[in-house]
Ligand binder design. Sequence first.
Ligand SMILES: *[C@@H]1O[C@H](CO)[C@@H](O)[C@H](O)[C@H]1NC(C)=O
Ligand SMILES: *[C@@H]1O[C@H](CO)[C@@H](O)[C@H](O)[C@H]1NC(C)=O
Length: 239
Amino acid sequence: MHVLKSALALACFALLLDECASSPASRCGVLGQCVEVNTSRIADNVNVSLYYESLCPGCREFLVMQLMPTFIMLSDIMNMDLIPFGNAEEKQVGDKYEFTCQHGPDECLGNMIETCVMNKVPDAAVPVIYCMEAADNVVKAAESCLALFSPQTKFSDIMACVNGNEGNQLMHQNAKETAALQPPHEYVPWITINGEHTDELQQKAMSSLFVLVCSLYKGQAPPACTLGQKATATKTSYC
Ligand SMILES: *[C@@H]1O[C@H](CO)[C@@H](O)[C@H](O)[C@H]1NC(C)=O
Ligand SMILES: *[C@@H]1O[C@H](CO)[C@@H](O)[C@H](O)[C@H]1NC(C)=O
């Protein structure tokens, strides 16, 4: 995909050079357009990672009110990574891991269902997880959210992952990724932007992730960024 985009930009640039080298300014009217294509295609997406827990109120609010709406509007310039684990703990028992979660066993189950959904049905993961986190009961909503956004997937296949070795290993990866954070996380939701966490980035992301992603993107801003800045200052709540 990236290769294709670059090739496109290069072709455009080549065309430009050829045209402009031998022609008066009027024929270079296309220049503006090509520059736009070039910069907008080549800049790196802004990477946003969320370290969270499925039942933490502050995480749910950030995910539902900010992260997913922003991702839907800015998916052209933003990558999103969700790592459900947060303040949970793991203990190795034989060749398996046992997990203990801040908000109890249901939270571990919610984390695991979301992890398995991301792994098994990546294309439907965003709406399914949004639907779960926006529901009154995150865990109870899982089956109907999956039926709604990925009707071809059997809930029993997700639960086989949840209760099997696969889910266990996937959650262990989340634990390792969370433990590797630099600086180590102190609370959740914990946000990294392009792999970096600072108090300032966290605060800006919590007050308006949308504005932050638009401001960090180095290419031509997509129309969504300039069509009125949607500042959703929400109350910050940590777990
Ligand atoms: C296109 O992007 C490349 C790489 O970022 C840059 O070196 C080049 O100057 C750009 N060309 C134009 C016409 O903006
Ligand atoms: C964003 O993530 C992608 C994929 O993991 C990586 O290749 C890229 O270098 C990251 N960009 C930045 C600016 O960290």
